[in-house]
Design a protein around this ligand. Structure first.
Ligand code: ADP
Ligand code: MG
Length: 695
């Protein structure tokens, strides 16, 4: 044991020869503090520099190593100051072009000196050239060409590739001296045929020539799999750690002596579905324990999560606690407030709304009533958890549509809850995540699935049409609204600013107003003042507006059962999960609803299959699985929508098949190697493991 302990003492990066304070600071910027951290900065790609090319036989676009004698080096001004160096190897000549260079660099290209360089061959004004090649001056005894592939690292400002490679070499020597410990026991790695850590790191930083570049590029080389596995395991263990620490804390046992939950359930305008009842059985049992609940409620759009949340809140309030419901957008927070106020007010419960845009006086008033306990149910955006909101006796926090919050926010909330040491948490999401993935991504939570929709829903009919048939679609809106229905028109611009999205939505709204003069058309987008947004939504809900043109702000939660038609523009550019969420805004009433997905031709094969998946099913879980197959995870598994923090090596899409093994390995680690867990987590989750510090 002692030998091992010595070998794992973290070695500061400055203990490498030649690494002083300045370089250490540059490395710290990319998160490298210890020698070990350096080794986990993996190459972006590899280059074959093992063969010398003759200048006479170069071709444009080729990446080549050449070696020759400097004929001429001169600084010229052609639009920009630049250094041109002409080299010759007897078979032909080549120009090296530098836009950034020091005087020392310039002086180093003495006529007659020998240079070896590597770069991409381009055709320049006077024959072949390389722009900013990597180069080295060759002395009397030139070093041999590399006999391995050359790794190319992510660029670090101020550190040239060559320098970075030398640092990596030094760090690898530290591995050879066993200064980097392999925390994965052979019991785990051997049956999975994963190489040891040292081997994996050496192969990735110094891949032998016979290694398949294709395998490396696709991330499926055993060395990469080994690191990806270790990273996923570390993430899994980190989340489990949060949960274990949470379990050791106390929370108030919420016993609803006043039967508020039962009274609320009876007063709802519908009876609960079997799935809602089952979920509530689990939640209410959790709440009665004196350890904090940490549960994820997964339910497809429209499955009725709000009612479950409300009854859970009632149980907390009925036992003299306060409950808080956090929504990702103001629009949704306002809508929740409205719904909950309608349900709770008759039972004498005060529901308060807190958003970031509340006028100062109203905010003060709201905060005061939260602090003195007069408000029992508090609904808000993340503004709720900003400093300054003090609760009198917060007992339950519910986060709605958690996939819309960043992971950081979720974990921040978990931390806040845990710091208070007395809060039960329910996390709700409409993003169906396949079970194996959920087990790792939400390893800190118990999971409940609402697998049944309320009765009387007619499935949404989905059609996929090219943009060119817009006129027909407009007709369809006219017909639907003439029949007393309402419609949404969703304008989706991907990755543009809110400003541009708003502009596009405005243009569309103007065009639709002109095309449908008989209809009352209104517009909501992210740039609208909350009050204006709220007004439009209220009018739409009340049926005073027939056609609502919107950006994707309406993606989550909006509930208007009389809306039966939704048009989504640029559907081919959106993720399946998001389209499914949007479509979930219709099909909430008794009348048949439809959703028109407009696309701009031509449609690629995958895009076609994706849109077809939506046409064929309304089941969010099936769609999620299809998305996984078609795009490999993509947006569904993007960090925003899973519980996992930023991954360095692993890629959930690519590595999803490893997850069951990761989960089994986690059990082995917990049972047999508990002492290796903390260092493993520290290595991979590192600074962001801060979030795990709830104990
Ligand atoms: P989501 O799970 O997407 O948040 P909501 O909570 O908004 O779903 O519920 C969708 C709609 O279904 C709402 O209009 C809600 O009132 C209604 N609803 C919820 N539960 C039931 C039920 N058991 N029976 C009938 N309608 C229900
Ligand atoms: Mg909802």
């Amino acid at each position: 044991m002692t030998a091992r302990d010595e070998s794992v003492a973290p070695a500061a990066i400055t203990s490498l020869p030649g690494v002083g304070a300045a370089l250490a600071a540059q490395l710290a910027d990319i998160g490298v503090h210890q020698i070990e951290d350096l080794l986990f900065v993996l190459p972006l790609r590899y280059e074959d520099r093992t063969r010398l090319s003759r200048m006479g036989s170069l071709v444009t676009g080729q990446r080549a190593v050449v070696s020759g004698e400097v004929q001429l080096a001169e600084v010229v001004f052609r639009r920009r100051r630049q250094l041109l160096v002409r080299i010759d190897d007897g078979s032909g000549s080549l120009t090296l072009r530098f836009f950034y260079f020091s005087n020392a660099q310039r002086d180093g290209f003495a006529r007659g000196s020998r240079i070896r360089c590597y770069g991409e061959v381009r055709r320049g004004p006077s024959g072949f050239e390389m722009v900013h090649p990597e180069y080295q001056r060759l002395g009397e005894n030139p070093p041999p060409l590399p006999d391995r592939l050359t790794p190319v690292y992510p660029s670090v400002p101020g550190i040239a590739q060559g320098r970075f490679r030398r640092l990596i070499d030094l760090a690898l020597q530290a591995v050879a001296r066993r200064q980097v410990h392999d925390w994965l026991p052979a019991e785990i790695s051997a049956p999975l045929e994963l190489p040891g850590l040292g081997t994996a790191l050496r192969e990735l930083h110094h891949p032998p020539l016979d290694l398949s570049l294709n395998e490396l590029a696709s991330g499926r080389h055993p060395a990469q799999r080994r690191l990806a596995f270790e990273e996923l395991l570390a993430q899994h263990l980190a989340l489990q750690g949060i949960r274990n620490r949470l379990r050791q804390r106390n929370a108030p046992a919420l016993v609803d002596t006043s039967q508020l939950a039962a009274r609320l359930a009876r007063s709802l305008p519908f009876s609960l579905t079997g799935a809602q009842r089952r979920a509530l059985d689990q939640i209410c049992a959790d709440l009665q324990l004196n350890t904090p609940m940490a549960r994820l409620l997964q339910g497809d759009v429209g499955s009725g999560k709000t009612a479950v949340a409300a009854i859970a809140c009632a149980q907390a309030i009925g036992s003299a606690g306060q409950a808080a419901l956090m929504a990702p957008t103001e629009l949704l927070a306002e809508q929740h407030w409205q719904t909950l106020h309608d349900w709770f007010a008759p039972l004498g419960v005060t529901v308060t709304l807190v958003t970031g845009t509340l006028p100062a006086a109203a905010r003060r008033k709201a905060l005061a009533s939260i602090a003195d306990g007069k408000s029992q149910l508090i609904v808000g955006t993340h503004a709720l958890f900003q400093q300054g909101v003090a609760f009198a006796r917060l007992a339950l926090v519910i986060v709605d549509e958690q996939h819309r919050f960043g992971v950081d926010q979720r974990l921040q909330l978990a931390e806040k809850a845990a710091a208070d040491a007395s809060v039960h948490q329910l996390i709700m999401t409409a993003t169906p995540i396949p079970r194996t993935l959920a087990m790792t991504a939400y390893a800190d939570l118990d999971v409940t699935v609402l697998d049944e929709l309320p009765p009387g829903r007619t499935p949404v009919r989905t059609v996929v049409l090219p943009e060119t048939r817009r006129a027909e679609v407009v007709e369809r809106i006219a017909a639907a609204c003439a029949g007393g229905s309402q419609a949404y028109w969703v304008c989706s611009l991907i990755e543009e600013s809110e400003e541009l999205k708003a502009q596009a939505a405005q243009d569309t709204a103007a065009a639709l107003t002109e095309a449908l003069p008989q209809l009352r058309v209104a517009l909501v987008h992210g740039r609208l003042k909350p009050r204006a947004k709220e007004k439009v939504m209220r009018e739409f809900k009340a049926g005073e507006i027939e056609l609502l043109v919107a950006t994707t702000v309406i993606e989550v939660g909006v509930d208007v059962p009389n809306a039966t038609l939704m048009i989504i523009e640029n559907a081919e550019r959106m993720g399946l999960a998001q389209l499914h969420q949007l479509r979930g805004r219709v099909g909430r009433g008794r009348r048949e609803s439809s959703c028109v997905l407009l696309y701009r031709a031509p449609l690629g094969e995958t895009a076609r299959e994706r849109l077809n998946a939506l046409r064929e099913t309304n089941d969010g879980f099936v769609i999620a699985e299809r998305d996984l197959q078609l795009r490999g995870a993509g947006e569904l598994l993007g960090t925003r929508q899973t519980g996992l923090a930023q991954l360095r090596v692993a890629d959930l899409a690519r590595d999803v098949a490893m997850l069951p093994q990761v989960q089994r390995a986690a059990t082995v680690m917990n049972e047999r190697f508990p002492g290796s867990i903390a260092p493993l987590v520290a290595r991979w989750v590192g600074a962001s493991a801060q979030y795990g510090r709830v104990g």
